[in-house]
Design a protein around this ligand. Sequence first.
Ligand code: HEM
Length: 209
Amino acid sequence: MGWNPGRGQLAALKAGLFALALVPMVQLVWRALAEALGANPVEAVQRSTGWWALFFLLATLAVTPLRRWTGLGWLPGWRRMLGLYAFFYAAAHFTTYAWLDVWFDPEAILKDVVKRPFITVGFAALVIMIPLALTSTRGMQRRLGRRWRSLHSAVYAAGILGVLHFWWLVKRDIREPLAFGAVLAVLLGARLLARRTAKGSPQAAPENK
Ligand code: HEM
């Protein structure tokens, strides 16, 4: 079932997606150089990088359910790239905060992590994402075997903490964190449903994440 492009087409699609995922960062650098980030440039960079980190995290989580619903067997080939983009934007997000908000002062970072709940959960999400990014290679996947899958299911925790972080920091208009939360709830629901179905059928093939 589904659309089955050839190898060349798939490689071109993946390269296109890779380039597209870089656009928000290129645009941000461009606007920074042109001094067109508005009245609060630090906040503009923090908001953009945070938003895209969460977007790519949810896109990574969407791969397996989308593969199941559409029958597009090649979709999982995009998961690692999407996950690494989530980490890329999250790392840029944290770097902007550490650099421009607290001037790489470890004491100030620790104080924020302890005292500001929205930073606590953002930090926790980032800490979870680090080992996932480090073990995302095929070699690590082979070396860790079954443990790799358990480790990588922590991506859901990172998603929940990311949404909570966003929810906590908005003051009035909660529409965007609500939308991210709704998408995450659908993706988590789809995973739980697939697990229950797989448990109920003895022949079911093991699912990826
Ligand atoms: C140590 C880790 C982190 C710190 C210190 C941090 C800090 C911040 C700060 C200061 C803001 C801007 C608040 C404002 O509007 O003034 C922000 C916004 C945001 N962060 Fe984080 N964050 C962290 C990790 C993360 C991670 C891992 C994600 C995603 C997975 C994330 C997603 C977001 C989102 C979605 C926003 C709001 C963007 C918007 O307003 O459109 N953050 N964060």
